[in-house]
Design a binder for this molecule. Structure first.
Ligand SMILES: [Ca+2]
Length: 347
């Protein structure tokens, strides 16, 4: 089993992978500030908290090396704040699991680009090994490497998906609405030839409709248009009539050539707010199926309606704004909306 502690990094990589700006642009504070001004408009005020919020593997993951020897490439990670900007001066700790070698240096501070690196010497046992890079409680990522050659994974894998909604008046006290609920889950199993939404990009009509009304038909059509080239299957699941609550999709089957999952649901009532994952891989960087993956969900604004409160009247955005995180922004707190947990149930 992959420990739940692994998962912080995976959710981090999810949010950062979907960020629209290249790292160079995001490393220039002036541009980031200008972009923030240009995008503010009538959107909810407030800045994301300035603290390390995510850590992602930039390079050096998924290497194959000899047991007991240093890997050829350095392991490089990047630390970002909640807004997706690189975080300088964070102390990253690299720790190998028992018997899985050591890192030198074992701690490193991030530079102006948010980067920290180390050299990993593998442990003596053959097989998959894990190094964990962590920067704060709950903010960590796993780097995997193979000592020797690993057996090929099964061609497909089945997962159950649990949506555990924790959004409540306790976690998000500002204006928590009556009738809180989530729209039916909708998504796809797909490859990297298609992406249905990403932070920093404009919402498709399907994402707009899902985020504003909870309707799934337009997004379903957008997904089906990519069958069978880039999409293996449509994922449908129940909504939640209240929150907090949980629901389960009993089986989602992924394949080696379609290892990615996109899954979304509307935060309701709201102008155009939603949670979900985009192109989340259920394969680790060694090409092995993960046993369990828990993704922490934070709110997104689809950029298609200018409403600033849960119950704002419709106010269509023209032009549309980019999709962006609302984590820590009014009326949301810095607390999660919930989690998706993917558990492997079959080969
Ligand atoms: Ca909006």
């Amino acid at each position: 089993m992959t420990a739940l502690g692994d998962v912080g990094g995976r959710r981090a990589s999810t949010s950062v992978r979907s960020h629209g700006l290249p790292p160079l642009l995001r490393s220039i504070p002036v541009i980031a500030a200008l972009a923030a001004c240009a995008d503010s408009g009538t959107e909810p005020p407030g800045e994301p908290p300035r603290a390390p919020a995510a850590i992602v593997v930039v390079s050096g993951g998924g290497q194959e090396g000899m047991a007991g020897s240093a890997l050829a490439e350095a392991v490089v990670v990047r630390v970002d704040d909640a807004g997706g900007s690189p975080f300088a001066g964070a102390n990253v700790t690299f720790s190998a699991a028992d018997g899985q070698g050591s890192a030198d240096p074992a701690t490193a501070a991030t530079d102006a680009a948010g980067l920290a690196s180390t050299t990993w010497t593998l442990g003596d046992a053959a097989g998959a090994q894990t190094l964990t890079a962590s920067v704060a409680a709950g903010v960590s990522t796993d780097i995997r490497a193979a000592a020797g050659e690993l057996p090929a994974p099964p061609d497909s894998a089945a997962y159950s998906v649990v949506f555990n909604a924790t959004w409540s008046a306790a976690t998000h006290p500002t204006d928590y609405p009556g009738g809180a609920h989530f729209s039916p889950l909708i998504g796809a199993v797909h490859d990297d030839g298609v992406r249905f939404w990403a932070s920093g990009e404009r919402a498709t009509p399907g994402i707009e409709s899902m985020a504003e009304t909870g309707g799934t038909s337009t997004l379903r059509s957008e997904i089906r248009a990519h069958l069978p080239a880039a999409v293996l299957s449509v994922i449908s699941g129940p909504g939640l009539g209240t929150s907090p609550a949980r629901t389960t999709i009993s089986s989602v089957v992924v394949r080696g050539d379609y290892p990615l999952v996109t899954l979304v649901t509307m935060i309701a009532p709201s102008p155009d707010w939603f949670v979900g994952v985009s192109a989340l891989s259920l394969m680790d960087d060694l090409g092995q199926w993960v046993d369990e993956l828990q993704v922490t969900l934070y709110p997104y604004d689809s950029g298609t309606d200018d409403g600033t409160t849960y119950t704002s009247a419709n106010a269509d955005s023209s032009p549309k704004r980019p999709i962006r995180s609302l984590r820590g922004m009014t009326p949301f707190s810095d607390a999660p909306i919930g989690t998706f947990t993917f558990t492997r149930i079959g080969g």
